[in-house]
Design a protein around this ligand. Structure first.
Ligand code: BES
Ligand code: MN
Ligand code: ZN
Length: 522
């Protein structure tokens, strides 16, 4: 089959579903009994040993406290000191990790400290490690959370995207085995659950990052469809369907079709179904914006940074990733993921400003700007999913640059006409530390998308661009409970760290685990 050949030739297939390179486990033991390549213990600021570090200090007859007293490590958050052959310690190395002031240790610092720790281990040749950091006290967080975050952070910081480099430059002795130590045996079951969940989430995040990072000459709507099929090949609970341009024409998805008309790549809406619940249970539907490249179309974007518009399929990539997580955990619910694949290009055949389109819903839209294409693709996808009589629909989209103005790069913008759903999603974001912040979706904003000639304009006037985009979508979501997530600021990093973040897979996975009644605490 041509597809398989293409994928395996470039080695893409192998990178998606290969076993995770790091093997995780939890145990409850004391540091002096560990026989490992490295043990990782914390030191608080100023120069105060954690209980575990103190145990090592005792058996080494003050070796560690001596170093610290001499000023080798202050204990500032993220400081690292790697020691070899500490007297009487069975492990080859001890990595002392600065944890900042004990009382100030918060979630973000905990995650940062872990990420730095993992990088250090990976670069200094410890192929395995026993890490005592989950024993730190993080305000309001239990062992489950600390271990799950540790697993996710480990996978996150070891991620690379080297498929398209001919010289890979990977570390010679990469980290392969990670043991997280919990304070007492009582916490082992929670820790083991956290490892299982963390790995399923991390695998989803990796898929999202790989697909989003893939360049737009490879990752087109058809590629998204191939990725959906790869997931269904892995799991019995998963089936897929595709709505191609012929089918869209039949369904009168004219708005979606108009956006893709200037591109040689066929528009394709891929559907991934996980049947984990009973047949009569209403599904949760996730719809991801999948613009595999957004040039702006006839309302063309400026050249600088335009390459980053390959990430305009970040919503679809996150849906793909989270569907893999849902299937891997075999959640006892029905979930349908929709990847709204499309490419927005300028061309003789492209749609233009001034065009009036009749959407699948029958409502007409005046195109004021061909760069406000996401809403035109999503509106038809959102009408299409009515057929599933969903419990709720959440769309995920890199929809507006205005969302970056409003929230920067830390929070995903959340908007919803259904308060209970909004609260569920905000809770999930809080639990997973994958942050979202709600913006209002009041009726007052609706008149900003009035058009003199059609029912709706695709461009909002005067301010609140993120909200007016959501207002547009809200005209197509009246038949079910709906929430919209604008991930324009969170889906990828620019600059030296350029790359997909894998957000908001962790938050969506948490939302779905909550719905499935999965225990995600001690
Ligand atoms: N995909 C972009 C939004 C975007 C821009 C996300 C930059 C992340 C970074 C979207 O299709 C778009 O172009 N939106 C326009 C809307 C405007 C024309 C109303 C925007 O934000 O400028
Ligand atoms: Mn655009
Ligand atoms: Zn776009």
């Amino acid at each position: 089959m041509a597809k398989g050949k293409f994928l395996s030739k470039l080695g893409f297939f192998a990178s998606y579903f290969e076993e995770f390179s790091v093997e995780f486990s939890v145990k409850s033991g004391s540091p002096e009994k560990q026989r490992s390549a490295c043990i990782v213990v914390g030191v608080f600021e100023p120069r105060r040993l954690t209980a575990v570090a103190e145990q090592l200090d005792e058996i080494s007859e003050g070796y560690i406290s001596n170093l610290i007293r001499r000023g080798d490590l202050e204990g500032k958050a993220g400081q690292m000191l790697l020691l070899h052959h500490v007297p009487n310690v069975l492990s080859e190395r001890v990595l002392l990790v600065g944890c900042g002031k004990e009382r100030e240790l918060n979630e973000r610092q905990y995650k940062d400290i872990l990420a730095k720790t993992i990088k250090t281990l990976n670069e200094t040749g410890s192929m395995e490690a026993v890490c005592f950091l989950p024993e730190l006290h993080v305000k309001g967080r239990d062992t489950y959370w600390k271990v799950r975050q540790a697993v996710e952070a480990t996978q996150h910081s070891l991620y690379t995207f080297l498929q398209l480099k001919t010289k890979k430059g990977e570390p010679r002795r990469p980290l392969r085995k990670m043991v997280f130590n919990v304070p007492t045996r009582k916490e082992l079951p929670a820790g083991e659950r956290a490892v299982e969940h963390g790995m399923a989430v991390a695998a989803g995040v990796k898929i999202t990052r790989d697909v989003a990072n893939m360049p737009p000459n490879i990752c087109n709507p058809k590629y998204l469809w191939e990725q959906a099929q790869l997931i269904s090949e892995q799991y019995d609970s998963v089936t897929t369907e595709v709505v191609d341009e012929a089918k869209m024409a039949e369904l009168e998805m004219n708005s979606y079709l108009a956006v893709g008309r200037g591109s040689h790549n066929e528009s394709m809406m891929s559907i991934i179904k996980h049947a984990g619940g009973s047949a009569d249970q209403a599904p949760i539907v996730l719809v991801g914006k999948g613009l595999t490249f957004d040039s702006g179309g006839i309302s063309i974007k400026p050249g600088a940074g335009m390459d980053e518009m390959k990430y305009d399929m970040g919503g679809a990539a996150s849906v793909l990733g989270v569907m893999n997580t849902v299937a891997a955990l075999n959640l006892p619910i029905n979930v349908i993921g929709v990847l709204a694949g499309c490419e927005n290009m300028p061309d003789a055949n492209a749609y233009r400003p001034g065009d009036i389109l009749t959407t699948m819903s029958g409502q007409t839209v005046e195109v004021m700007n061909t760069d406000a294409e996401g809403r035109l693709v999503l509106c038809d996808a959102l009408t299409y999913v009515e057929r599933y009589e969903p419990d709720c629909v959440v769309d995920i989209a890199t929809l507006t640059g205005a969302c970056i103005v409003a929230l920067g790069h830390h929070a995903t913008g959340l908007m919803s006409t259904h308060n209970p759903l909004a609260h569920e999603l905000l809770n999930a974001s809080e639990q997973s530390s994958d942050r979202a912040w709600r913006l209002p979706l009041w009726d007052e904003y609706q008149s900003q998308i009035d058009s003199p000639f059609a029912d709706i304009s695709n461009l909002g006037v005067k301010g609140a661009g993120t909200i007016t985009a959501a207002c547009f979508l809200s005209r197509f979501t009246k038949k079910y409970n709906w929430a919209h997530m604008d991930i324009a600021g969170t889906a990828w990093n620019s600059g030296a760290n350029k790359g997909s973040t894998g957000r908001p897979v962790s938050m969506l996975a948490q939302f779905l685990m909550n719905r499935a009644g999965v225990v995600t605490e001690d």
